[in-house]
Write a protein that binds this ligand. Structure first.
Ligand code: SF4
Length: 227
């Protein structure tokens, strides 16, 4: 039987103490700090979601970054991807500030909650099939705790695929869903699924994903969901 969580606090406690994936536990606990962060104590634990659980939008990334969320302890905080995403979220009205650097930086989201499919950083940003499966109950629980959920923005094809798997687990019709930036899938009886490129440097430094592209997508979602 799947575990159920009556509150976000209970779920976060379960996530942060999880040691179900031996490879990821070993990797996160042995992360070598970057020279520029040598004086900091890395988080080195699973990273739960963050934001407005009563919001209509769930933003879904793949996993914490080694020197971002696995350092700071908050999802999409303290690395290049986070800076790009949060600047865009602020421009689209979902964040109270354009900066996401540390857990105590004052960032607050309104209308959206942000999480990762896999809560521990994987080597090479590639979780195994077993690790996706092990972590999936946590994503299912986050989705079920979002009582007003009307839209999901999956960042990157792996997060998109993981959400499609979530839909299948939940008994939804996930046939024919393919990742493409800007793709929109209306899901019968569930939140609309939006796809967008992940704001990683490999996309943003090459111009595959620009700030205007991401802001436009977020603003379109706002309009669609009447946020
Ligand atoms: S990836 Fe998920 S299931 Fe695996 S150890 Fe981290 S929190 Fe637990």
């Amino acid at each position: 039987m799947k575990p159920s969580y009556s509150s976000i606090g209970e779920l976060e406690a379960a996530i942060v103490s999880c040691r179900a994936c031996p490879r990821l536990v070993h990797y996160r606990e042995n992360l070598e700090p970057r020279a520029s962060y040598a004086s900091q104590v890395y988080w080195r634990k699973p990273v739960p979601g963050f934001g407005d659980l009563d919001g209509k939008l769930l933003v879904l990334g793949l996993a914490p970054a080694s020197h971002g969320a696995e350092r700071t302890g908050r999802i999409f905080t303290g690395d290049a991807s986070s800076r790009f995403l949060v600047k865009a979220l602020h421009a689209a009205g979902f964040a109270n500030q354009p900066v996401s650097e540390s857990r105590d930086d004052g960032l607050a989201y309104s209308g959206c909650y942000i999480t990762a499919v896999v809560k521990c950083v994987p080597p090479g940003d590639r979780p195994t099939r077993e690790e996706f499966a092990s972590c999936s109950p946590f994503l299912d629980a986050e989705v079920s705790l979002m009582q007003n959920l009307e839209g999901v923005l999956a960042l990157g094809s792996l997060a998109f695929g993981a959400y499609v798997s979530h839909l299948a687990r939940a008994g939804g019709d996930a046939r024919g869903m393919r990742f493409a930036h800007g793709a929109v899938y209306r899901v019968k009886g569930g939140p609309t699924l939006y796809a967008g490129y992940h704001p990683s440097p490999r996309n943003t430094n090459t111009g595959r994903l620009t700030m205007p592209m991401l802001v436009a997508l977020l603003k379109k979602i706002r309009r669609d969901l009447r946020i």
